[in-house]
Design a protein around this ligand. Structure first.
Ligand SMILES: [Fe+2]
Length: 919
């Protein structure tokens, strides 16, 4: 009888198929190995016995299957009572490394209350429905043991256990419910249950579990087995839907920091109209100013403008769902950065406010001193600070290091490289912003702006300006040979220039720079055009062309023109390429993913590492970076028009189908289609470090995603029938990018290939593209004369009073056109923090729980292959950096290109590709 019962258990759970004739064999037979015995044996012994069974089991033919079914029915009727057995759960809880007094007391209270019965309890939920109740089978509740005993442990993780008594009718567990009856939330990393079979069952949680006093409902965690919606086991269907309903919320009310609700809102929180009209900013998102959507917080409106959301000022946190908030390691990095920011900003501001002298850099040595001696304060000023500001005593205790800036990479190999034209050009291919350079395909370049408003569309650059720099070629010959390239910021700046230049201390042009591709594969600038909006019908100042210098005066004019180009470039890099196209445009896909894709959805599992921290860093950016009077407005030439420029770029230029690397290279003319080449394209500048290294990572991501998606979706039908996938995509567009929802270019999501292509682009943007645009900010942009984020003076023309100043003291004039001391140090401080990898960074190819993030063993193996691919790409990049033929990344004093090199140590390294937009 025991053997028969065991047989029935195994059959019902599809673990073991055995011939009926063997069912009555002796205890040495495989059938005597029952699940009821498993928990009593050790794990190794259980696995050994299980292997024996599996090896002995024959394949079952249909006739046998029928016989088995018949026998099961018969035996079921024979079983009067289900067998009971014990299984064990081990829950891993991550503890805070640093606790404040309040936290320590709360921990003690929880430990003592646990001892008297206010426990954390677990409940196993079966994949099967109980026919009697119509609900999933559930185990009895079991409390997690050991909280009191481990209350003083200093380890980063604590493991607590629970034991369940299960009946043989239970079936396979598919979910686990957690009820936290403590006073305080805890971070549950994972739960492993042993005893159901040869292998443990993993529940990947990675989530804060709130106490019942805050959230009375049980938290549900599913096993790591992926299921498409249609494949969801019956016992989990309702739970899957319920979870998603909870995550979506009802779109009302103000969110609390403990919530985990994901929803959309417009960017109506950047200004602070309650502080006065000067502090109000336009609403972004809507017909007027299209923009992606952000995470909804539900904060009440501002008192003076019902359309604007009231502000919460940093460091008071803005709502993001609890699990999106930075973990301890990341928080520490930012708070260290914040102290640094405070010191760097506070001191220059005070210097500026107390000093009656000019706040310009008076010579290049003063810029250099920021990296050598730091900012020196007069003794009297020190005393004043010490009296007035409590934090300042701390500042002086550790002051030396904190007040001195790190030497940016750009100065480490050749301090004067930034003055040279070849370096200026090289940075368009291997610098912080290598994605605006385009091939010039028509001459002269033409504007797309309305000629009625902005004058004739043709550029003022004529053949005679550049003919002498084209190695004997005519302009047409050079174009035909793909030798001319352009950095064109005319159209994006011109509509804003009147407003920008009306601001105090902000001056900009719309610049165009033409480059010639030399026979060595490097670029050299051959003309810079500086455009201002026409002031009248015959205005001569509207367009001005400068060419490479021939004497001292033209040399300084040329240096100033290059500084204006860099300032244009810095603005577009920050506002459009970095902030808008990675941070802001990804956010809606992440919000929709949490609302529409269950945690058990295979695509959610694929995307999870690529969504980490993005919502939190974007929330912080809205508080201190892109907000009115925030760091971006203060640091970049467009000033208070920064985000409006970003919105104009979204309206006019952003389209998802061209955000992938190959499509972008072809759009910019940097590559041509060539089916014989990898990716179907051929680069026209062979040594284009961003593109060549980017393609290595693009390929690795593409291969991995293709393998994964093919395994998830065997057919077109599976894609089209996947309700969660389709809802995610539809919502990302209709609710996340609603101002673009009618655009014809949104890719279809009908086949496995469509899904793979879409996901490759998304993962590319979150990882490699963001890293290429983010982590060089301080290393390559921290020396302000090389790359001024803002300019304060236009370039004088002979006859202007300012022209005299330029000729009298060109160094001083040049520096007076750059950011002031306060502006420069504020900017340097912020990009220093933004370029820093935290200690808990997860890089491309890595993910937590590498063997348990999915229950699909084949995909665990494929992920390892992806990681190996990424490592190989890194080795190839390293090889390229020592290849003297690649002059854009190797040569005398030339910096290697490492921004796409996936691995990094913490800190500012000018390399490292995190999985997601984390900073
Ligand atoms: Fe970033």
């Amino acid at each position: 009888m025991e053997a028969q019962m065991a047989f029935s258990i195994e059959i019902r759970n599809s673990w073991l198929i055995q011939t009926p004739s063997s069912s009555s064999s002796s205890s040495s037979n495989a059938l005597s190995f029952s699940r009821s015995m498993l928990p009593m044996a050790g794990a190794a012994e259980r696995r050994r016995r299980w292997r024996q069974c599996a090896e002995r089991r024959p394949r079952m033919n249909p006739a046998m299957a029928a016989a088995v079914t018949e026998r099961i029915v018969r035996m079921e009727t024979e079983i009067e009572k289900p067998v009971k057995f014990t299984v064990r759960a081990a829950a891993t809880v991550r503890r805070r490394r640093k606790e404040d007094v309040k936290g320590m007391i709360a921990n003690q209270i929880d430990a003592y209350s646990d001892k008297i019965g206010r426990n954390v309890v677990l409940e196993l939920i079966s994949t099967e429905i109980d026919p009697r109740t119509g609900a999933p089978r559930t185990s009895k509740r079991a409390e997690l043991k050991g909280w009191f005993e481990k209350k003083d442990t200093k380890a980063e993780h604590a493991v607590y256990t629970a034991e369940f008594t299960i009946t043989s009718a239970f079936g396979e567990p598919g979910a686990i419910a957690v009820l936290n009856r403590h006073h305080r939330e805890f971070y549950l990393e994972s739960i492993v249950v042993e005893g159901f079979g040869p292998d443990p069952i993993h529940f990947t949680c990675s989530s804060w579990v709130q106490p019942t006093r805050i959230h009375p409902n049980k938290r549900i965690f599913f096993t790591n087995k992926p299921y498409l919606p249609s494949e969801t086991p019956p016992g989990l269907r309702m739970l899957r839907e319920k979870e998603l309903r909870e995550l979506r919320g009802d779109g009302t009310g103000e969110r609390k920091l403990t919530d985990r609700v994901y929803d959309f809102a417009t960017y109506n929180d950047l200004g602070n109209p309650d502080k006065g009209a000067e502090c109000a900013r336009p609403l972004l998102g809507g017909e007027d100013k299209p923009y992606p959507r952000r995470m909804r917080t539900g904060r009440p409106p501002a008192s003076s403008d019902a359309r604007a959301e009231s502000r919460v000022e940093y460091p008071v946190p803005v709502y993001v769902p609890r699990d999106e908030a930075f973990e301890e390691g990341k928080e520490e990095m930012l708070s260290d950065g914040a102290l640094k920011a405070l010191l760097h900003n506070l001191v220059p501001s005070l210097v500026a406010s107390i000093s009656s002298e000019s706040i310009d850099f008076k010579g290049f040595h003063e810029v250099d001193n920021l990296f050598k001696e730091g900012i020196r304060l007069k003794q009297t000023l020190q005393d004043q600070l010490l009296q007035k500001i409590p934090v300042v005593s701390k500042l002086f205790e550790s002051g030396e290091a904190l007040l001195r800036y790190d030497n940016p990479h750009i100065l480490t190999k050749d301090k004067f490289a930034w003055l040279r034209d070849d370096e200026f050009a090289r940075q368009t291919l291997a610098g912080i912003n290598p994605i605006n350079i385009e091939r010039l395909q028509a001459f002269p370049p033409v504007s797309q702006l309305d000629p009625a408003v902005y004058g004739p569309p043709e550029s003022a650059i004529k053949e005679e300006h550049i003919a002498g720099h084209l190695d004997g070629m005519s302009v047409q010959q050079a174009i035909a040979k793909n030798k001319l390239y352009i950095l064109d910021y005319h159209d994006i700046y011109l509509p804003f220039l009147d407003q920008i230049n009306a601001q105090d201390g902000r001056k900009a042009y719309g610049t165009r720079t033409i480059f010639f591709l030399t026979s060595l594969g490097t670029l050299k600038p051959v003309a810079i055009e500086l455009s201002l909006p026409p002031m009248g019908p015959n205005c001569t100042r509207a367009k001005r062309v400068l060419t490479p210098p021939t004497d001292a005066t033209s040399n300084w004019l040329w240096q100033l023109a290059k500084a204006h180009v860099c300032s244009n470039d810095a603005g577009v890099h920050q506002l459009v390429n970095h902030w808008l196209k990675t941070h802001a445009c990804i956010e809606p896909f992440i919000i929709a993913a949490h609302r529409q894709l269950s945690a058990m959805h295979p695509i959610y599992k694929l995307l999870k590492p690529h969504m980490r921290y993005t919502l939190e860093i974007n929330a912080i950016a809205r508080q201190i970076l892109i907000n009115g009077d925030g760091v971006i407005e203060s640091g970049f030439t467009p000033g208070r028009y920064c985000v409006e420029m970003s919105a104009a770029a979204y309206r006019d230029h952003w389209r998802f189908d061209q955000e992938g690397l190959p499509a972008d290279l072809i759009r910019r003319g940097m590559a041509v289609e060539d089916p014989t080449q990898p990716h179907g394209l051929r680069l026209l500048i062979e040594d284009y470090p961003y593109a060549t290294d980017g393609l290595l990572l693009w390929s690795a991501i593409e291969r991995w995603v293709h393998t994964y998606v093919s395994a998830c979706y065997p057919s077109v039908h599976h894609v089209q029938a996947d309700t969660e996938l389709q809802s995610w995509y539809a919502e990302s567009i209709h609710s996340g990018h609603p101002d673009k929802r009618h655009a014809p270019w949104w890719p279809r999501l009908s086949s496995p290939a469509d899904v793979a292509s879409f996901l490759t682009t998304l993962i590319w943007l979150a990882s490699a593209q963001h890293a290429a645009l983010n982590f060089g900010q301080y290393p390559l942009g921290g020396y302000v004369p090389c790359r001024p984020p803002l300019m304060r003076r236009l370039i004088p023309i002979p006859g202007d009073p300012e022209f005299e100043n330029l000729t009298a003291d060109p160094h001083r004039f040049f520096l007076s056109a750059l950011p002031s001391l306060t502006q420069a140090t504020t900017f340097m401080t912020v990009i220093d923090t933004l370029s820093t990898h935290s200690a808990d960074e997860e890089y491309l190819g890595e993910r937590p729980e590498p063997d348990a993030w999915t229950g699909d063993a084949a995909m665990v193996r494929a992920a390892r292959e992806f990681a190996a691919d990424v490592r190989r790409a890194e080795e190839e990049m390293s090889r390229r950096n020592s290849d003297p033929q690649r002059r854009n990344r190797c040569g005398a004093g030339v910096l290697p290109y490492e921004l796409m090199a996936p691995s990094s140590t913490p800190g500012i390294t000018c390399r490292g590709v995190p999985n997601s937009v984390t900073i």
